[in-house]
Design a protein. Structure first.
Length: 314
């Protein structure tokens, strides 16, 4: 297998990975960014971003991501698409990353692999994936024009999904296991003021039902313990995320959910490996925090690489 050599390899091409690539390439570090074709950055699935500093008018996630990508490539970072990472191991103080296409030899690695939507794990979910079950309103909302849909969750993502779906659907049920939302207040205000959204409180999905496609969901009220069928044509699941870290679980320390544990300098505790973005343990996962993580990880990696080469500033 072909071996490509780099000073720094960044796994992930979302805001954290691209920012790390921007900083490292500007520092004249030979940098490779691995982009997974099968794992699209969450920002690319976001319809509207209005809390990223410097943009007075809202910007789509994909547009912001493309701007970051162009800026990073401008300074020389190489971005290569892959489908999988088979293994990562250390040999003679270098890190080797085996992908489905080639082998990489690298002094340092930044893991910025992000996260993927969490599944409900209820009856019918797998059966109706792509036939009514979705994890991305921006991707699938147009299929539900003038139809009834349900959104599961109570955080920012769930409300953003619900609000976006009102542009197409005739009605949106928002089902939450509690009697209050954890989403930011401005999103709550917009959702409460939207007459297409109906809230179903203290309830969880027991199973998803249908024939060839979804016809409804069975929900359980956690207060009364009563079950009922809610008729709908689609279900959008927005209950959180699972970090894409399985490929490094034996190399770095993670918490019980799989998020990588880092210090204030984005060091993992494993020499030469750093982490940034949605795959690390932290209290807030936003584009702005991912960008900050990426910058810190890049600086820590730069210092490590220069020390490795014996060219650090003393």
């Amino acid at each position: 297998m072909e071996i490509k050599e780099y000073d720094l390899t960044i796994i992930g091409a979302g805001p954290a990975g691209l920012t790390a690539g921007l900083y490292s390439s500007r520092a004249k570090i030979k940098t490779l960014i691995l982009e997974n074709y099968l794992n699209v950055s969450q920002i690319g699935l976001t319809d509207m971003i209005e809390n990223y500093p410097g943009f007075v008018e809202p910007i789509s996630g994909m547009e912001l991501l493309e701007k970051m990508r162009t800026q990073t490539q401008k300074f020389g970072a190489e971005i290569v698409g892959i489908e999988s990472i088979n293994k990562i191991y250390k040999e003679n103080n270098f890190w080797y990353i085996e992908t489905d296409k080639f082998m990489i030899k690298s002094i340092a690695v930044i893991v910025a692999s992000g996260a993927k939507p969490k599944e409900l794990n209820v009856e019918g979910e797998n059966k109706y994936k792509g036939r009514g079950v979705s994890y991305c309103a921006v991707c699938d909302a147009p299929f539900y024009k003038n139809k009834i849909v349900s959104v599961i969750g109570g955080g920012d993502t769930a409300l953003e999904e619900a609000l976006y779906l009102t542009k197409f659907a005739s009605k949106v049920f928002l089902i939450h296991r509690r009697n209050m939302l954890r989403a930011t207040k401005i999103l709550q205000e917009r959702a409460f003021n939207n007459n297409k959204i109906e809230f179903v409180w203290n309830s969880v999905v027991n199973k998803i039902i249908g024939n060839n496609n979804i016809t409804g969901i069975e929900i359980k009220n956690l207060v009364s313990n009563e079950y009922k069928i809610l008729k709908c044509d689609g279900v959008f699941i927005a209950i959180g995320y699972v970090p894409n870290t399985s490929f490094v679980k034996d190399i770095v320390k993670t918490d019980e959910q799989g998020y990588i544990i880092v210090d204030s300098e984005m060091k993992t505790g494993t020499e030469g490996i750093f982490a940034a973005g949605d795959c690390v343990r932290k209290i807030l996962r936003q584009v702005s925090t991912a960008v900050g993580d990426g910058a810190l990880a890049s600086e820590s990696a730069r210092l490590y690489i220069e020390k490795f080469k014996g060219i650090e500033y003393k």
